[in-house]
Design a protein around this ligand. Structure first.
Ligand code: PXL
Length: 280
């Protein structure tokens, strides 16, 4: 049986569980070959650690893409996340031009910030570039902070509640041309999850689960990775979002039960079996 292949364009942070240290194990567990195209190598991620190292891989990325092109590799999906420089926007756009075929799924997680704040290494020009890159995606997975940046409105001015989340995904859909899965969409005090606009069906649907009253870094990366894996395996958008919502909840519950620090991310490794869908 054929194993699908995904090009994963994200940073590698050595400690703190995010980006490639989530994308790789999650896609592998879901039976998908993950080919990493690292955007930067950091000692830790940038949220909650002082003095992290940051090796910008911009120049290496073009060389990797050129080699993959010479090898005539093909990918069922291209999935991008945290970028390391403004120049990388154009490199990822070039990667899409070179590797996207009629049935290639393009998922852009427009990683830029959280809790109303932009990540330390992102400039306004990079945020504008990310919005431009995201226009080429089949599916985007912003959180509320990233949705505000893409809509050009202050975080505090985002429309609220269920109607607000519906309005956000519909406004971000580019007139219905791209699917939008808004994360951190909470329809009541006890619930949280995603609001999904499916460009294939034209429908907007909420996916909710019980809220874990703690926040952990990397849950957006976890969500988008499970969603991408499920879409590659043929799930419909809201079913893929439901798998992602439930897996993130299970990880957050396990991590909260041990009272681990937010910056270390979710303690997901013992739960990967939930994604494999079968024994030996
Ligand atoms: O999870 C988002 C993310 C990804 N990569 C790096 C980060 C962050 C969030 O802080 O710093 C390097």
């Amino acid at each position: 049986m054929f194993t699908p292949r995904v090009a994963a364009i994200h940073d590698m942070s050595g400690f703190g569980r995010c980006s490639l240290t989530i994308v790789l194990p999650v896609l592998s567990a879901m039976g998908i070959q993950c080919c990493p195209l690292p955007t930067a190598f950091l000692s830790t991620h940038t949220s909650g650690f002082q003095g992290f190292t940051f090796l910008d891989m911009t120049d290496e990325m073009s060389r990797v893409a050129a080699h993959w092109k010479a090898l005539d590799l093909d990918f069922q999906a291209i999935y991008s996340g945290f970028l390391g420089s403004g120049r990388q926007i154009g490199i990822v756009e070039g990667f899409l031009r070179d590797f996207r075929k009629a049935d290639t799924l393009v998922v852009v997680d427009p990683v830029m910030g959280d809790h109303g704040r932009v990540y330390q290494t992102y400039t306004p020009a990079m945020c504008a570039g990310m919005a431009r890159l995201a226009e080429r995606a089949d599916v985007i997975t912003p959180n509320l902070t990233e949705a505000a940046l893409m809509l050009g409105v202050p975080y505090e001015a985002l429309p609220a509640g269920e109607a607000g989340c519906r309005e956000i995904v519909e406004r971000l859909s580019l007139g219905g041309r791209r699917s939008v899965v808004l994360t951190g969409a909470s329809l009541s005090e006890e619930l949280t999850g995603a609001m999904c606009y499916d460009a294939g069906t034209g429908r907007t649907e909420a996916v909710q689960t019980r809220r874990v009253p703690r926040e952990f870094l990397g849950t957006g990366d976890m969500f988008a990775s499970v969603l991408t894996g499920a879409l590659v395996r043929g799930a419909a958008l809201t079913d893929a979002a439901a798998q992602a919502v439930e897996f993130v909840r299970a990880c957050a519950e396990r991590t909260a039960a041990q009272d681990l620090p937010m910056r270390e991310g979710v303690d997901f490794e013992p739960l990967l079996g939930l994604l494999t869908g079968g024994g030996l």
